[in-house]
Design a protein around this ligand. Sequence first.
Ligand code: ATP
Ligand code: MG
Length: 405
Amino acid sequence: MNVLEPTTFLLRYHEIAIKGDNRSWFEKRLLDNVNKLLDRHFAKEGLPKRPFRTWREHGRIFVEAIDSPELRDVLICNFGMTSFSPTHIVPTDLSILKDRAVEICEQIFKTRSAEQLKGLTFRVLTRRSEKALKETSTEIDCEVGSAIQLKFPELKVDLKNAKFTLGIEIRNRRSYIWTEKVKTHGGLPAATQGHLLALLSGGIDSPVAAIQLIKRGAICSFIHFYGAPFIGPEALEKVMALAKIVNRYQPKPQPVYVVRFGEIQEEIAKLVDPKMLTLLYRRLMFGIAERIAAQINAQALVTGEALGQVASQTLDNIESVSSGRAISILRPLIAHDKEEIVDLAKKFKTYETSIIESADCCTLFADRHPMIRCSIEKILKVEELISLESLIQKGLENTVAASAT
Ligand code: ATP
Ligand code: MG
């Protein structure tokens, strides 16, 4: 393929999820999202005209643009798709299709010797959404497959576990041939399920939690509790960098609500047993996040908590930090092992940023061994002492929205 010519990419999605009336709606959202992600990607280059084209056609979405690793990264970020393939466009005529298929194979196999090709398994996989040719899909598979094997007799047909697949999508006017299939994340198109507010720390877990829910169709805004002046600006920079990565998965980037939290923590620390501090910080975080969520019409909060991962995430503590809150709190990672979360972080490309060394405000002034259980009566008594409501107000006054694009 000539690198300067635009490539037509075929985008696939799960058809099971989109039966009946849902289909058109689903496809429209997917197309709308891919347009927005590509617009944002190309906006950085300041080009006068949209350098891409997109359209829907028979259960597929197509994108025409110049191929590049960055473009492919954008497509991978578009949730709701299961895979995509760069294609060759060919007139819908069986003899031309056969010739082109052989040419494409010649191009791909040109650097391999007959010895290297020996025993390589292959198959042709035709999908005929329009009955433009009189032959059935299976007959086209056989015709094209035989033409390929005539040229490359070393190849071995394997319909189930082929190492090399040549796909053909038949349409009335023109058809598409592909040989490469890039797997994507699946899920539902982003921005189809409502608005959430994600508590974003600089760690590995919370960005993954937010992305998991964006993958299920939510929009996530972010809130970060920033331990300034006791924690340096690098901690905030890291959180903003993480939000920027998470925003790559959303059609419209969402802001980070940054709560200046250090002075509030200092105030609490003067009055409370250091073993209880982490718990109280967390209660205050939820209290402030709940109010911000109401202001921005977010329906629920999201955290990266996983059961038993650290002392503050025992079942008792998870219950006591959120007890009394009216808003729902979603914890998509609750049953995940750390290794599973790390794998997801690598897959979603947040890992490298998350592991940069930086401090989190949760441990400021606190005992290294926080309480793993504390009765709600005791917590409520301490909250009276520190007058929690006024601290929530103070937190709200010290909140600014920062853009993460
Ligand atoms: P992470 O890797 O997400 O930091 P963690 O294992 O360090 O998680 P905790 O520090 O106990 O766990 O935090 C649990 C959750 O509380 C985080 O996943 C995040 O949602 C929220 N959280 C913790 N610290 C902050 C913060 N400074 N600002 C916003 N949210 C926070
Ligand atoms: Mg953390």
